[in-house]
Design a binder for this molecule. Sequence first.
Ligand code: AMP
Length: 218
Amino acid sequence: MNIIIFGPPGAGKGTQSSFLVENKKMYQLSTGDLLRIELKSGSKLSKKLKEIMDSGKLVSDDIINDLIEKKISEPSFKNNIIFDGFPRNIDQAQSLDLMLKKYDQMISLVLNLKVDKSILVKRISGRVSCSVCKKLFNEFFDPPGDASQCTTKECINRHLVKRSDDNEGTVRNRLKIYEESTLPLLKFYEMKGVVRHIDAMKSINEVTNEINSILTNL
Ligand code: AMP
């Protein structure tokens, strides 16, 4: 089964995807993560990408669709993908439909993580992660023991890092783009009858349990 995990930046898409990877052995296809890997290459393209991502704007559909097709065409991921951060506009959703058809697949479920806008800015601008184990903390809601170090046993003394686009100015732009370009996609998937809404203001565990129960009762 292929799933789209849907919601604004800071809704917990990455966190909940990690649970699905761990517990259901799914493959997480995060376009944001793929782009951040490209950023590290130092290529000409990476400089252009960094500028776009640091401003909170969307990267061009051509680049994104190219990244996505490489993964969808991979036989070992077939019908076992969580799309995280994709699609982000109607054109991407239509391209996704065409690509899935080409590789004899479909979207069976869209999990819509709902969070009030008022807490999203704090959730994102407070976000830090361990540079080694990638565990996420939040400086406001879930502060690590020492502000600059990961307290996970295996990672003691490893440094916490902040994404360069997780700052208040960029966050507001990302939320605006989400409302204008991405949110209208819900209607597109509601018409296909595959959307399930989840209150993602609840604790991480409660949201995970709700997702598990949706999957069990499908
Ligand atoms: P994320 O990690 O999903 O928050 O994405 C970080 C940034 O990567 C976004 O603000 C965009 O600049 C870019 N990005 C990620 N996914 C997409 C996508 N599907 N389409 C366009 N840009 C994207």
